[in-house]
Design a binder for this molecule. Structure first.
Ligand SMILES: [Cu+2]
Length: 500
């Protein structure tokens, strides 16, 4: 049974499937023309990518300011060409010609000013500073599009305490998914002025992206299965390379920052043979290190910081483990057993390094919430005059830029309850602030997190309810949405207006 008949059989009807959001005013089908409704990609035709190159250090975005505490730069989004397979040119979209985009590296306390030039043909775009506490009008959300050919400057100051691993990516209305999978995403690292992690651990960034190539080297348009499940590629790249090699000395401690910059891939990872201590999450360091972690989980858009120690000489693989996130239709990709990164541990002990401090930083207790809000994620399939509709909804509604879903107040502590009543996991992301997970509830069982962490994205498993505590300090409109980018584009997004 092919994908389309499987989907239609469930609904016992024969007209074409279409995403519900596409039929609403303000939503459109751009980027979906030429969509492959039936077959999907053929595994036998996947071009092989070269593996085993040294892990590239991603280029940094150059600071053109001479002034201390000021970072000024330009980012231009434009079509470019990449060579993933020797002899095949792949048209991509790139920031300053490269994908992933250049790493933005600044210090907490810095004033940042970045001029964005949109040189994408015929497409609006924005730059969203994912996870950073920037003012609402500098947040690059879909309410402030930059038209093709235009430019704008984003300016913000990064407060002390905001050190962490963030990222930047487009967030235009309905076009985010295709712009990101074609290459527009980059890491944004805010360094601490007084970092408790010893500098001898280094600072290695691992940016995960997902790639699907047609036999001719192009990136195929998304299929209906991609829109329903989120687009998952055939290759997971680290810093733009397939299974690159990192060399370390035996006994060496290394600081690694992991960023899941894929549209829709859930990364459950093991690094068997290494000793892993978790030190940070989306919004920076934890309060205390969490030792002896045996696997890592990154939903789309999540980040983790770890310190890894490699005690035995030889080879260690960062490998994907099976994870069932719910899949609609056949051809569920086999996501387990992929080697994403190979670590070569050389013989002979590394020179001694300072040990990790027992306390990293305090994370503020937000106190009791003044209000509680509930957000219910659902997927719907229904009939309409135009055919079959697929909907990705929050509280029964698809995103409408001109509707305020929640009126909030700056400085008010709120408990948000996100209930996933759908058949797939949906990673929830909120703009403008970092939240803390209070508890998770599944099948009547409530579990509290083992440690306090600052988060801007949390996976909500199907059937699960996650309760988070948050406070928005800056006024203005903010988005919250599923970070499977196809679901976001199809309407699984809402708007909270924070009043001063
Ligand atoms: Cu989703």
């Amino acid at each position: 049974m092919n994908r389309r008949s499987f989907l239609l059989a469930g609904a016992a009807m024969l007209s074409p499937l279409r995403p519900a959001a596409a039929q609403q005013p303000g939503h459109s089908m751009h980027g979906m023309s030429g969509m492959d409704m039936g077959g999907g990609h053929v595994p036998a035709a996947i071009p092989a990518l070269p593996e085993g190159a040294f892990l590239p250090d991603l280029p940094r975005l150059a600071n053109r300011s001479q002034q201390a505490g000021v970072f000024e730069a330009e980012l231009t989004a434009a079509p470019a060409s990449a060579s993933f397979v020797p002899g095949l040119a792949t048209p991509i979209l790139a920031y300053n010609g490269i994908a992933p985009g250049p790493v933005i590296e600044v210090f907490e306390g810095d004033r940042v000013s970045i001029t964005f030039r949109n040189r994408l043909p015929d497409q609006e775009s924005t730059i969203h500073w994912h996870g950073l506490p920037v003012p609402a009008d500098q947040d690059g959300n879909p309410k402030s599009p930059v038209r093709a050919g235009d430019e704008r400057t984003y300016s913000f100051e990064l407060p002390i305490g905001s050190a962490g691993t963030y990222w930047y990516h487009p967030h235009p209305h309905g076009k985010t998914a295709s712009q990101v999978y074609r290459g527009l995403a980059g890491a944004f690292v805010v360094k601490a002025t007084d970092d408790p992690i010893p500098a001898t651990y280094g600072d290695t960034l691992l940016v995960f992206t997902d790639l699907r190539l047609a036999p001719v080297g192009t990136m195929p348009e998304s299929t209906m299965a991609d829109l329903m499940n989120g687009r998952v590629g055939d290759h997971v790249l680290v810093n733009g390379q397939k299974n690159p090699v990192l060399t370390v000395a035996q006994g060496e401690l290394r600081r690694l920052r992991l960023l899941n910059a894929t549209n829709a891939r859930f990364l459950r990872l093991s690094l068997a043979g290494a000793n892993i201590t978790l030190i940070g999450s989306d919004g920076g360091l934890l309060e205390t290190p969490v030792a002896d972690v045996d696997e890592l989980f990154l939903a789309p858009a999540e980040r983790l910081e770890i310190v890894a120690r490699f005690d035995r000489p030889g080879t260690v693989s960062l490998r994907t483990l099976a994870y069932d996130r719910g899949w609609m239709g056949p051809n569920r990709p086999d996501e387990a057993g992929m080697d994403l990164l190979t670590v070569r541990v050389t013989e002979g002990l590394a020179s001694s390094q300072p040990s990790l401090p027992g306390r990293l930083r305090p994370i503020r207790d937000l106190g009791q919430p003044a209000v509680t809000r509930r957000f219910v994620f659902t997927e719907t399939m229904s009939m309409s005059a135009g055919g079959m509709e697929m909907g990705f909804l929050i509280n029964g509604a698809a995103f409408d830029m001109n509707r305020v879903d929640v009126a909030s107040k700056a400085g008010q502590v709120e408990l948000w309850e996100i209930a996933n009543q759908a058949d797939m996991d949906h990673p929830f992301h909120l703009h403008g602030t970092q939240f803390q997970i209070v508890e998770r509830e599944s099948e009547g069982r409530v579990t509290k997190p083992a440690f306090r962490a600052l988060k801007d994205t949390v996976n909500v498993r199907r059937g699960e309810t996650v309760r988070i505590l948050l406070r928005q300090d800056l006024p203005g409109p903010r988005m919250y949405h599923c970070h499977i980018l196809e679901h976001e584009d199809l309407g699984m997004m809402g708007l909270v207006n924070v009043e001063a």
